[in-house]
Design a protein around this ligand. Sequence first.
Ligand code: ADP
Ligand code: MG
Length: 301
Amino acid sequence: MAVFLAVANRKGGVGKSTISVALAQAFAAWGGKRVLMIDLDSQCNASLILIGGQGWRAARDADKTIADFFYDLFDGIPAQPRDYLIPNVGDVSDAGGKPLRLNLLPGSLLLEDIQGELFVRQARESTNPDVVASRVRGRIENLLRRYGASYDLVILDCPPGLSLAALAALKTADRVLVPFKPDYVSQLAVDRIALLIEDKGTLDALAAVPFEQRRYICVANGVRNSGKDRNLIEEIGLFHPMLDTQLPQKESIANAFDWAPGLKSIEAKYGDGIAEIKRLYAEIAPLVDAALKPAAKAANQ
Ligand SMILES: Nc1ncnc2c1ncn2[C@@H]1O[C@H](COP(=O)(O)OP(=O)(O)O)[C@@H](O)[C@H]1O
Ligand SMILES: [Mg+2]
């Protein structure tokens, strides 16, 4: 069973999709892992980075998106999760020049519609909105978990906001990576998502959970070399577990957003941002391995 890693923050534009894709490529290229990226954001940026605009339109025309998978299953069509995947995605090769073992469940603009439709359907069975929401979320969780069987790592690139799909991803995840950009609202955004992940009602209750027991870890992204950024990051680090790695604001990391035809090495893809991507990978890999171990042990018993 795969480790599920969600990359989440209720704020948009903090680097969720950029970091999701960089980690997916790092785990496949350097860690030799079988990786699946699930694009839960209806803006579909992770899909666009991995297969480009044309590739994404082709996936949509072929009914290979997350929304197609959900619709088919809810309509009782015997869907196989793998039928909706695009294999060997991205413009990065492994050390031997071959495409990475990185597959994609493409995102869809319709994912929001389907959550609404599911809600309406479930509402026929209960009038309590909390019950309905938790049933819909539970169904989405089950669908996501079905992808665990054939992978070492499943990365869930979450949408901003608090859709039921985002909540399902947070519930499914073994670990959650919370990227933030150092600005004055980031502390609030990190506090809010941390409460949700740890299922706590107040910051005092959250503070009682030791850092090493928390399911999430933060990473500062788009960091500039300024005292203001350093202070903000330090302040957030007092209340939340935080990676030592910080990703600077760099042109090469921004450029990695653009998909290009052909394959290149991961070093060529990230240019002078590669040292930070390596450091990020080196810190996350042990967390993923630690989450893999109990599952591997259980399988051997
Ligand atoms: N470290 C960075 N340096 C430069 N640009 C970045 C960096 N991280 C993200 N970006 C850019 O910021 C924008 C938002 O990033 P994105 O990954 O789409 O955020 P999110 O998924 O949280 O909305 C994109 O244009 C991306 O290229
Ligand atoms: Mg995104």
